[in-house]
Design a protein around this ligand. Structure first.
Ligand code: C5P
Length: 234
């Protein structure tokens, strides 16, 4: 694959956003006046390495999303009941020209261009599947159904996984062929085939907005508002 191989991004944005509690599908929730969906799409396009974006939204939101994203090189398709089927719907809408496919959560609207470029560069350099990762900084424990600790996990070999995840288009299609079990990421489908998945450095700014806390953090990062120091530490 050459270093200019065409790249298409699939943005799953069909989640309900129940954990966010904002009363709207998560992708349409605004961050400092701009929807997460528009921020995520514009972030991907601003990387300069992605030619087209397929956005996957709840079926009743397709017209709204198309209106919101008008003027951009984007197609909008309806999603499925879980993330894996939403990505499969996006993948089915990609033309045959794409050699590299990125799958990127719309819920990671602050992802820096550098992460996107690192993933694309690694796929173009020959890796069939690439994920951005960060080291795990907390101590991790395994607990039983009652919450009692069973063991402490060696965190040195653990990584927290972000998106965009990048794939050779044919390999991702193969991983999604049939009706795969729902997974929380696409690299999991590639792993299930026994194929290698490479890692590149992620970025704390690529965090996923899941809860009201995450939304607040994202807004503070965007507006540059100072955070009050905790009581007693002024
Ligand atoms: O549920 P979670 O926050 O992990 O979702 C990650 C991404 O997958 C989000 O961008 C969400 O909109 C998307 N998703 C989807 N279709 C679903 C469920 C989640 O596109 N049915």
């Amino acid at each position: 694959m050459n270093d200019r191989a065409p790249v298409v991004a699939v943005l799953p944005a069909a989640g309900s956003g129940v954990r966010l509690g904002a009363g709207a599908p998560k992708a349409f929730v605004e961050l400092a006046g701009v929807s997460m969906l528009a921020r995520a799409v514009d972030g991907v396009l601003a990387s300069g390495v992605v030619g087209h974006v397929v956005v996957v939204v709840p079926v009743d939101q397709v017209p709204d999303a198309a209106g919101l994203l008008a003027g951009r090189p984007v197609s909008v398709v309806p999603g499925g009941a879980d993330r894996t089927s939403s990505v499969a719907a996006g993948l089915a809408a990609i033309g045959s020209g794409a050699e590299v496919v990125l799958v990127h959560d719309a819920a990671r609207p602050l992802t820096p261009a550098g992460v996107i470029r690192r993933v694309v560069d690694a796929v173009r350099a020959g890796a069939p599947a690439v994920i951005p990762v960060l080291p795990v900084i907390d101590t991790i424990k395994q607990v039983d159904a009652d919450g009692v600790v069973m063991s402490t996990v060696d965190r040195s070999a653990l990584r927290a996984v972000q998106t965009p995840q990048g794939f050779r288009a044919d390999d991702l299609r193969r991983a999604h062929a049939g009706t795969p079990d729902p997974r929380t990421d696409d690299a999991g489908l590639v792993e299930a085939l026994g194929d290698p998945v490479a890692t590149v450095e992620g970025d704390p700014l690529a965090f996923k907005v899941t809860t009201a806390w995450d939304l607040r953090i994202a807004e503070l990062l965007l507006t540059g508002a100072a955070v009050e120091p905790a009581e007693g530490r002024r």
